[in-house]
Design a protein around this ligand. Structure first.
Ligand code: DON
Length: 587
């Protein structure tokens, strides 16, 4: 249960920290950061990982964890469980689980074979234009890329999950969809967090009749904790996929319902856009950090690139000696984060459309050159920082779940509809929400998106292009074996959230639950401030301010669901207590 909208990264974030925002954050901080547990799995053992020998799932929703665990117990592999969880979350957690959005998945076989990335990010419709989110005077109209039918990119989730299952699973699509169809048709008893989410987003959601009909009771009130919530239209939509494969979504009745919805409201997605959508198999970003191999998501996500870049910068600093969340540790992390986010703004975009100097950005040499610019005693103002020159080092070199099966195969998946409940628009007759991922494009060079992220030419809107993401499904190997499976929602904070879990395990020797639960910090170059969660001490904050940092207490960041595999092959699950429905379960 998120106490305040700003605490949920899946809620609309507010990048600029206006006075009103600061007041809201201050108010949020008066409330406990960690909600009272509505989650028996974590209750009383928040910093102890869930342990198991044969299989483990960590998702943001208990029901999704349960159905995925059943698949593992029945002899299915990690991919079977992942695709089952992906569809189940689309039913049980409509704020981020989806079939109307997109995402990224990493698959690492337990036999040490090549790690594969599956990119099922949404694409811009063919009719999209570079200036579609600007008015006639060239001013950005933020609501257009967030809360209208033009906000939606062509959904990738159904094709992506189907492709992943086909490549690495053993179940049929029909079998993987069965639990989701059952949960949609027969319903489930809603947890507190479900009710709170709908109460908080009411104003935004209720303006769309299909959303009101689908997610609220007949009298317009929200379903209350413990009441049974059914989604008959979604059940039918999912059944069409079970019956006809991906054509049951990208063609035929569902496609027509999406296009009818678009045509009624000046949206852009056409039947051809849907028919032409293709997920892509990509090479993940690969780097190393203190004898660990890091695999994470490549463009069109910026996540893996900047995690590896920041790790390269930090590798030369004695983080473990500095101590976890010490002023010195936070200072060095924040300085490295700033440099990476400045590069993100300049260089990152969809590599099918633009050249990204990827090899340079993730090279050790570039990391070293950036490291040398960090003053151990002084914060460098963001205004002094510009993107670096990674080209000089070019050389051959929004809910997340993690699953590991008895063969050691690992799946790390992050997918999203962007904001909580995406655009808020439900496809009439089909029962699912559309994403507002188009806001992740740069509406105009230099203008921040909802997460305060700046972008430029590389991330401008182009037909068929994928908007830049921060999603960072990540798998770490040690001695060639899968070691850590992790990832998080959190908009711009996904990168730094995932990074800190890696550092907590590798540098600070924490168990996975402590690594997930520990307070986090975030810097994204602009705005020039370190955001901190509750739990960073006031004297640490003073030391950081003495170095010239502006430190801003913020809401909880991310919801990272992780699994660690130790040398004996025991699986340790760490679900993020920042979401009351998070759950790691093993057997
Ligand atoms: O792709 C991205 O980076 C964003 N659309 C992710 C949004 C997100 O994580 C929402 N918050 N939890």
């Amino acid at each position: 249960m998120d106490r305040h909208p700003l605490q949920a990264c899946t809620e609309k974030p507010v990048p600029g920290h206006s006075l009103a925002t600061r007041l809201l954050i201050a108010l949020a901080l008066l409330l406990p950061l960690q909600p009272a547990a509505g989650d028996a799995i974590l209750e009383g053992e928040r910093h102890h990982p869930v342990k198991a020998k044969n299989g483990m799932v960590a998702t943001s929703h208990t029901l999704a964890s349960e159905v995925a665990l059943e698949v593992l117990k029945d002899g299915g592999n990690a991919m079977d469980a992942a695709v089952t969880a992906g569809f189940a979350l689309a039913v049980t957690q409509p704020r981020s689980g989806n079939i109307g959005g997109g995402g990224f998945m990493l698959y690492a076989p337990g036999n040490g074979g090549a790690v594969e990335a599956i990119d099922y990010r949404e694409t811009a419709p063919a009719a999209a234009t570079e200036t579609m989110f600007q008015d006639e005077d060239g001013n950005v109209v933020p609501d257009r890329s967030r809360f209208t039918h033009k906000a939606a990119g062509v959904p990738g989730t159904v094709a992506g999950l189907a492709m992943a299952l086909e490549r690495h699973g053993t179940l049929s699509l029909e079998e993987a969809l069965a639990p989701a169809i059952r949960l949609a048709r027969d319903g489930f008893n809603v947890p507190d967090r479900f009710t709170e989410g709908l109460e908080q987003a009411r104003e935004r959601l209720q303006r769309w009749p299909a959303t009101l009909d689908t997610f609220y009771k007949e009298d317009g009130s929200a379903w209350q904790p413990g009441e049974r919530f059914r989604q008959p239209e979604l059940a039918k939509t999912l059944q069409r996929i079970a019956d006809e494969g991906i054509d049951g979504f990208y063609e035929g009745k569902t496609a027509q319902l999406i296009v009818d919805e678009m045509e009624r409201h000046n949206g852009l997605i056409t039947l051809d856009d849907l028919k032409n959508y293709r997920p892509q198999v990509r090479q993940p970003v690969h780097g190393s950090y203190r004898d660990h191999d890091i695999y994470s998501m490549s463009p069109p996500s910026s996540g893996g690139t900047h995690i590896v870049q920041i790790l390269n910068i930090l590798e030369g600093f004695p983080l473990s000696d500095f101590g976890h969340n010490s002023a010195a540790g936070i200072h060095h992390m924040a300085e490295a984060m700033k440099l990476a986010y400045a590069d993100r703004a300049e260089y990152l975009g969809d590599t099918d459309f633009v050249e990204v100097p990827l090899d340079g950005l993730i090279s050790k040499a570039y990391g070293e050159s950036l490291r040398k610019t960090i003053d151990p005693d002084r914060a460098r103002p963001a205004s002094d920082i510009r993107a670096g020159d990674p080209g000089a080092w070019e050389s051959p070199e929004t809910t997340h779940f993690s699953i590991v099966d008895r063969w050691g195969n690992a799946v790390s998946n992050t997918y999203t509809i962007n904001f909580s409940y995406g655009s808020g628009i439900t496809v009439t007759g089909a029962g699912f929400l559309l994403n507002n991922e188009m806001d992740d494009f740069s509406a105009k060079p230099g203008e921040p998106n909802a997460y305060g992220l700046i972008g430029g030419e590389a991330n401008k809107v182009e037909p068929g292009k994928r908007m830049l993401s921060s999603m960072s499904p990540t798998i770490v190997r040690r001695d060639g074996k899968n070691f850590l499976v992790t990832g998080s929602p959190g908009g711009s904070r996904i990168i730094t959230t995932t990074l800190q879990v890696l550092l907590n395990v590798i540098d600070h020797d924490m168990n996975i639950q402590s690594a997930v639960s520990a307070p986090r910090i975030h810097h994204q170059w602009l705005p020039d401030e370190i955001l901190i969660e509750q739990g960073i001490s006031p004297d640490t904050v003073r030391l950081l301010e003495d170095k010239g940092h502006e430190v801003v207490p913020g809401s909880a960041m991310g919801a990272i669901q992780s699994i660690l595999i130790d040398n004996e092959g025991t699986l340790h699950g760490g679900a993020d207590p920042r979401r009351s429905t998070s759950s790691a379960m093993g057997y």
